[in-house]
Structures are given as structure tokens and as C-alpha cells.
Design a binder for this molecule. Structure first.
Ligand code: B4P
Length: 189
């Protein structure tokens, strides 16, 4: 079983890279952002609840997010592992994931961290707003998401760093070059 976590600030390219990696590695991409947006589109109770947080740039509560990931990872296509994109985003989620994977008899294999400076991230997200019209890609929400990242998600670098799982990848390069670097670090580890 192989569980790879892509870490990075909002707009670092986690989703972009996870989609490409799933083909090369033969593992499914599990994106909490995509799962919330899918639920919202289908007007489920979970989707409506998640949206009240997403539209403000805040994190959806841990218990809701963890339960959703537990269901997703229990599905047959995740039997060999998964590429986790956007999860965990808090230390409480990371601890819950450890317990969850222990139940499945698995553990985290590697945590590539995609590094990009904040000014570049804001430009990318403003641009994505133009292209995709995502409700949480306006400037005020983007600012909140960056603060939330610094306060709640950045500590994961230390959490996984202590376990020797973090490898850094330069996310300012082209999509293709970032993908090549990711594949290289995954193969080497
Ligand atoms: P996510 O859907 O995870 O979105 P993200 O962090 O903003 O984007 P990502 O890093 O995947 O960037 P992308 O590849 O799209 O989260 C959205 C919201 O959902 C959160 O704010 C939160 O409310 C909620 N949520 C999700 N997970 C949660 C959790 N675990 N707990 C609680 N709440 C949760 O790339 C961004 C843009 O850059 C794209 O336009 C792309 O084309 C471009 N780009 C990518 N790579 C590039 C490159 N190398 N060069 C130039 N442009 C590039």
C-alpha cells in the first residue's frame, strides 16, 4: 500500500500534480476540495455545509472532513493506496489519518511539499478565478486561505518532517517539470 500526501499552500499545484501522478503511479487521487465541490454540485447536505466554510476561505471542520476521507479510502479503488491532495490540512486531521491507515494496515510513504512564494500563489488563484469561476478564488477569500494555511497547515511540515517523510519540490517551474521532479523523488524514496 502506498499513501502519498501532497502538501503545499493554496494554489501551489497540488490538484494539478495529483491528477497527473495518478496516471503514472496507478493510484487514485483523493482530493478533499474536489469531494466537497462534487457534493456541493449535487446539493447534498455535506456539500451545503462545506460551502458555508469554503466560500469564506475557512477550513471545513475536522470531524466532517475526516469522516468523508474515511469513506473514500475504504472504497475498492483505494485498496493499493492513494495520492492525497488537500488532506490532511491540520495536525488533528494528520493524527486521524495515521489511525485510519493503521486500521487499513497501511502508512504514509512520502510527503512531497510543493514550494511556491505567496505573491505567485495569489496571481495563480486570481487567474484561476477568471478561468474556472471558483467561488473561493476572490482576493479577500484568497487572503484568508493564506492565513489559514500559515496557522493550521504549515505545522504539518514539522509533523511529517520529524518522521523523515518530507521532500521539497520547487513548484515555480512548469507543470511538466514539477511533475518530473515529483516522479523522481517518489522513485528515489
Ligand atoms: P483545494 O481544492 O484543495 O484547493 P487549493 O489548495 O486552492 O488548490 P491546489 O493547490 O490544488 O492548486 P491547483 O493545482 O488547483 O481547497 C479548496 C477549499 O476546500 C479550502 O479552502 C477549504 O475550504 C476546503 N478544504 C479542502 N480540503 C480540506 C481539508 N482537508 N480540511 C478542511 N477544509 C478543506 O493550482 C492552482 C492554479 O495554479 C490553477 O489554475 C493551475 O492551473 C495553476 N498552476 C498549477 N501549477 C502551475 C505551475 N507549475 N505553473 C503555473 N501555474 C500553475
Amino acid at each position: 500500500m502506498k499513501y502519498i500526501i501532497l502538501l503545499g499552500a493554496p494554489g501551489a499545484g497540488k490538484g494539478t500534480q495529483a491528477k497527473l501522478l495518478q496516471e503514472s503511479l496507478g493510484l487514485p487521487q483523493v482530493s478533499t476540495g474536489d469531494l466537497f465541490r462534487f457534493n456541493l454540485k449535487n446539493e447534498t447536505e455535506l456539500g451545503k455545509l462545506a460551502n458555508t466554510y469554503m466560500e469564506k476561505g475557512q477550513l471545513v471542520p475536522d470531524d466532517v472532513t475526516i469522516a468523508m476521507v474515511r469513506d473514500r479510502l475504504a472504497q475498492p479503488d483505494c485498496s493499493e493506496g492513494a495520492i492525497l491532495d488537500g488532506f490532511p490540512r491540520t495536525v488533528a486531521q494528520a493524527e486521524a489519518l495515521d489511525r485510519l491507515l493503521a486500521d487499513f494496515g497501511g502508512r504514509i510513504t512520502l510527503v512531497p511539499s510543493i514550494k511556491v512564494e505567496q505573491e505567485v500563489l495569489v496571481d495563480r488563484l486570481v487567474n484561476r478565478a477568471r478561468l474556472e469561476g471558483r467561488a473561493d478564488d476572490n482576493e479577500e477569500t484568497i487572503r484568508t486561505r493564506m492565513i489559514v494555511y500559515e496557522q493550521q497547515t504549515r505545522p504539518l511540515l514539522e509533523f511529517y518532517g520529524k518522521q523523515g517523510l518530507v521532500v521539497e519540490v520547487d513548484g515555480r517551474q512548469t507543470v511538466e517539470k514539477v511533475q518530473a521532479d515529483l516522479l523522481q523523488v517518489i522513485q528515489e524514496n
